[in-house]
Design a protein around this ligand. Structure first.
Ligand code: AMP
Ligand code: MG
Length: 410
């Protein structure tokens, strides 16, 4: 057994160290046009500087009246109004409405001063030239959207850290906000290491396996909105690894290496990272899967470097739990909230180490059931079939069937 890897950090400790080490790392910010902002992460709260709507608007086609004039009106007891004008949707309402008067408006028209409600056209009838009857009582403010009722000047509409969606872009358009400050996506280099690895386009020869990690990690990084600068595959060769990392450290914010993170005879990641950065601060995290994880930070180039385990499930999980978590903290980005579910069977866990259990979510009558996916840690399919994972704390003796768990969505 390897003594060095016995001194592991808990996930919380490793996250804390990474946070402290990277205090001088700041995500870059730039402005993008409203129509280009979809999927970007907002870097500064967007505050409304105007009221929407900027004037009182009718929400229906009908007649702007004084609500009190309609009180008591009904099918057998109509109210009478004198029509004194008409406000087209693009017009400013320059008239005022007095007792017994009605001004015709459209959905979205400005409501004239004096009017306190709009009576829907469906409840009215023309009975003489310029005169209508109304068959319904309306209350104060009925069918009127007030100034700033939708968005008021000073409201925070898009918070820092929000991944901008179509609705946010709609709000920006409503306010005439043409561009927004967002984070520049971090630049990532992904390096698979291993003599046994073949590219997916190469024929497989004896004892070779296909490189899963560089593809899966690249896809995951892209899904998180990151920019993948390069995807490399290198042999278990100290020089080759050194060269790949030293080239990337200058132009990447994050480097993900997978494989070679343990202490086997061909495991060079730690040595290379020590040499290059002199700042390896974690080697080993008390989590299953994912124990052989290395974290380093290059202070000069401000590059976060993770030596992830070779096992694809562990590599993906540790990318998520450590590096994506860090990115979320830096940017304020919130991951999808977890689902509450009942675990479908008894689960034992590895005491002393936190366990990350991939699960499938199945809907039942009362909510969700989390079905554990059992597989050896080398299996990529276990993650492929999973909808999420459950974290079982290190000091907990597994889970009893039916226990409520939080499922983090993958
Ligand atoms: P290592 O961490 O290098 O000891 O690798 C642990 C296990 O993960 C070994 O069985 C490797 O063959 C496998 N492995 C390492 N890198 C990859 C990769 N990029 N794709 C698929 N499997 C890998
Ligand atoms: Mg290896």
């Amino acid at each position: 057994m390897n003594i060095e890897l016995l001194h592991t950090d808990t996930l919380t400790q490793a996250r804390e160290k990474l946070k402290n080490e990277t205090k001088n790392f700041e995500l870059k910010v730039h402005r993008v046009a409203c129509e280009e902002a979809l999927g970007c992460i907002c870097a500064k709260d967007v505050i409304a500087e105007e009221n929407v709507p900027p004037f009182r608007r009718s929400t229906v086609d009908g007649y702007a009246i004084i609500a009190g004039d309609s009180y008591g009106a009904g099918d057998s007891n109509p109210a009478f109004y004198q029509v004194t004008g008409h406000v087209n949707i693009e017009e400013q309402a320059l008239m005022t409405v007095d007792v017994g008067e009605a001004v015709q408006v459209q959905t979205g028209s400005m409501v004239p001063d004096g009017a306190t409600a709009v009576l829907m056209v469906e409840y009215t009838e023309q009975y003489a030239d310029g005169k209508i009857i109304g068959y319904k009582a309306v209350s104060e403010d009925e069918n009127i959207i007030q100034v700033g009722e939708d968005m008021a000047a000073g409201d925070c509409l898009i918070q820092r850290g929000r991944e901008i969606n179509a609705r946010d872009i709609g709000m920006m358009a409503a306010l005439g906000i043409c561009d927004i400050e967002v984070y520049v996506p971090p630049v990532v280099t992904i390096i698979s290491t291993g003599d046994e690895l073949a590219d997916i386009r190469e024929p497989l020869t004896a004892s070779k396996i296909r490189d899963i990690n560089s593809y899966a990690l690249t896809a995951e990084a892209r899904r998180m909105g990151m920019t993948v600068r390069r995807r490399l595959r290198v042999r278990d060769d100290e020089k080759e690894i050194f060269q790949a990392v030293s080239q990337s450290v200058k132009d990447s914010d994050i480097i993900l290496l997978s494989g070679g993170s343990s202490k086997g005879s061909k495991d060079y990641t730690k040595k290379v990272l020590e040499e290059l950065t002199g700042n390896v601060f974690t080697h080993g995290i008390a989590i299953k899967p994912g124990k052989p994880t290395i974290l380093a930070y290059d202070r000069e180039y401000r590059t976060v470097i993770a030596g992830l385990p070779g096992h694809p499930v562990a590599a993906m999980m540790m990318f998520r739990l450590v590096i994506i978590h860090w990115y979320c903290e830096k940017s304020g980005l919130q991951m999808c909230p977890p689902y509450m579910a009942k675990i479908s069977e008894n689960v034992s866990s590895n005491q002393g180490r936190e366990t990350c259990l991939p699960v499938k979510l199945v809907r039942d009558a009362d909510g969700f059931m989390a079905k554990p996916i059992h597989a050896k840690s080398g299996s990529i399919a276990s993650l492929g079939k999973a909808d999420g994972y459950v974290r079982i704390p290190r000091n907990q003796e597994g889970l009893n069937k039916g226990a409520f768990v939080w499922v983090e969505v993958l």
